[in-house]
Design a protein around this ligand. Structure first.
Ligand code: N01
Length: 542
């Protein structure tokens, strides 16, 4: 059935609820369903006009998930698993949005979701032990619990160059794509940014536009997706073994079960290594190449072998030698988020596609006519900004969150985010983050991590209620120890070697801290379960 008109369905804002949830993406939807099941009252505030979060906003051409559909889906309801029909191995944004809408309809979620409403502030009242949450429309709600289900990649950003407003043609950001789509036929288009959004959209835009010029500051490592329609037999097979598969996801490193690597890349023959890399390249997966050997994320020497392999691939595909060289990244493979593409490198063989290497000719400004670099002015009908996000912290610190003593979360985190388990932060009682900084989050299949956090948070709330307790709050000591642990694990890896958004490096002035927890989904889950089993060790309960 078509989704209900969310505007018509938007409920009035209640004055008091047990829980306020910010965001109606996959986190907020599951949380609402679960809290209702526990008998709590909850309201969700959502800035968009419908559910879906990331998959509501990011409607750029070619947008797809890069975890397979049968794995990138909720596990909490076996009937949903058995009945929702995915079409493609790597579903498109419309298909995933349809899934989110289906879930909203199936569990009757929209009656507690206030759409078109951004939360602007949340203040903790120490006497009452409750949060006062304010919306952009001036409404205020009181709640015992506040859950930020705001996503890791939701606060979009433009490049920090002058003249953004002066361009007379059409401008688009990949994360705010018009719902009616954009027809680039016959147009001259400039694209800034070559992360996942650029890599996915450039081939599709190039197939339509008269010409496309790509402005690249840092090349991406991109692997071919080998996308295709799902076969009925593989769907049937997964449905038969779903419970085992879900368990394996939970215990895995990235939330995507793969056979564990057993050898160092340095201990095998060049022929064996080449064959393994080739197999991973052919498989069409984000994780298979990185998990071929035990040490690709740890040893520069091992990583250099994978890097050389991808460089060879790029040079085999891209005909123009200078363009091919410009597309070859220098940082270690996997230390910036790799991309999964459909004909990305091949697109540079089209006569209507040009690459501008911003390391040779930096961006200077946006002009009335187009984009000026240090070398020349390029004239366009349209500019696409595929320039990414203030990742992991932006969607939290954009809200004026104030905890004990009126302390602001933004100021408290001015030297980098500080959390215990990526779930709570000292000084902010009863504030929960779903997949917050300090949790595996963006280094994992997000839905696996989302479900784990939602389950954990709901168990914690149930515990408080059972024990007649009012608040839960990360202790300063446990938080300090966790932050140290997260940093220690990152320091064993090559991750800090790249200027990535994992490190906050894409936002001028943002502290350079490796934000996600790199120890793996399985290890992390064990730690969270242990904390709960020990009566929420490291949290102060009152
Ligand atoms: O953003 P990005 P994204 N001047 O930050 C460039 C997920 N995702 O939207 O690398 C010039 O990766 C910037 O250059 P640099 C996924 O986790 C998933 O593409 O900072 N250039 C970079 O090339 C992904 O990693 C999927 O030097 C500037 C690009 O813009 C994350 O979201 C699909 C600039 C931004 O790349 C973010 O992806 C899409 C400037 N001032 C996204 N500022 C799938 O599942 C930025 N850039 C498939």
């Amino acid at each position: 059935a078509p989704a209900a008109d969310p505007q018509a369905a938007t409920p009035p804002v209640p004055s008091t609820v047990d829980a306020v949830i910010v965001g109606a993406g996959f986190s907020g939807m599951y949380l609402l369903h679960k809290l209702r099941g526990m008998g709590l009252t909850a309201v969700v505030f959502e800035a968009g006009t419908d559910v879906g979060g990331t998959w509501y906003w990011n409607r750029y051409p070619g947008a797809r998930v890069d975890v397979e559909s049968l794995a990138y889906s909720y596990s909490f309801d076996p009937d949903l698993e058995q009945t929702f029909e995915w079409e493609e191995r790597y579903p498109t944004q419309p298909e995933i949005l349809r899934y989110a809408q289906h879930v909203a309809d199936r569990f009757d979620l929209r009656r507690d979701i206030v759409f078109r409403t951004r939360v602007v502030g949340a203040h903790f009242d120490e006497d009452g032990g409750t949060w006062e949450v304010r919306t952009e429309h001036g409404d205020a709600v009181h709640a015992q619990y506040l859950v930020m289900a705001t996503g890791c990649l939701s606060a979009s950003k433009h490049p920090e160059i002058p003249g953004l407003e002066t361009f007379k043609g059409a401008s688009y950001h990949t994360a705010h794509w018009p719902h009616e789509g954009v027809d680039f036929t016959g147009l001259s288009v400039g694209v800034i940014g070559t992360g996942s959004s650029g890599v996915q959209s450039i081939p599709v835009i190039a197939a339509q536009a008269s010409d496309v010029t790509v402005f690249q500051r840092t090349p991406a490592y991109s692997l071919p997706a080998r996308n295709r329609k799902l076969r009925p037999d593989e769907v049937a097979e997964m449905r038969e073994h779903y419970r085992d598969y879900r368990q394996a996801q939970k215990e895995s490193g990235f939330g995507v079960p793969v056979p564990p690597a057993t050898k160092s890349a340095l201990e095998v023959s060049p022929e064996e290594r080449e064959a393994r890399f080739e197999e991973a390249w052919e498989s069409g997966s984000l994780v298979n190449l990185l998990t071929t050997y035990t040490d690709l994320a740890l040893s520069q020497e091992a990583n250099d072998l994978a890097k050389a392999f991808v460089h060879r691939k790029i040079k085999e595909i891209v005909e123009d030698p200078q363009t091919a060289a410009d597309l070859c990244p220098e940082y270690p493979v996997g230390t910036k988020r790799p991309c999964l593409d459909t004909h990305y490198y091949e697109t540079y063989n089209r006569p209507n596609v040009h690459l501008v290497n911003l390391q040779r000719e930096p961006l200077v400004e946006i002009t009335e006519k187009g984009i000026r670099t240090a070398a020349e002015e390029y004239v366009f009908d349209a500019i696409v900004y595929a320039t990414g996000f203030d990742a992991m912290t932006g969607s939290l610190t954009n809200v004026d969150i104030r905890g004990r003593g009126g302390a602001s979360l933004k100021e408290t985190w001015s030297a980098g985010p500080r959390t215990y388990l990526g779930i709570g932060s000292a000084g902010f009682p009863n504030l929960f983050m779903i997949t917050g900084p300090g949790s595996p989050s963006v280094l994992s299949n997000m839905i696996v991590s989302i479900e784990q956090h939602v389950d954990w948070v709901c168990d914690a709330i149930a515990h408080l209620r059972d024990q007649g307790l009012r608040t839960i709050e990360a202790s300063q000591e446990a938080q300090d120890a966790w932050v140290d642990h997260v940093n220690l694990i990152a320091s064993y890896t090559l991750y800090p070697k790249a200027n990535s958004w994992y490190m906050g490096a894409n936002v001028p002035g943002k502290p350079r801290v490796f934000m996600p927890y790199a120890g793996g989904v399985g290890e992390y889950r064990k730690k969270c379960d242990e904390v709960a089993a020990k009566g929420y060790e490291g949290f102060l309960l009152d």
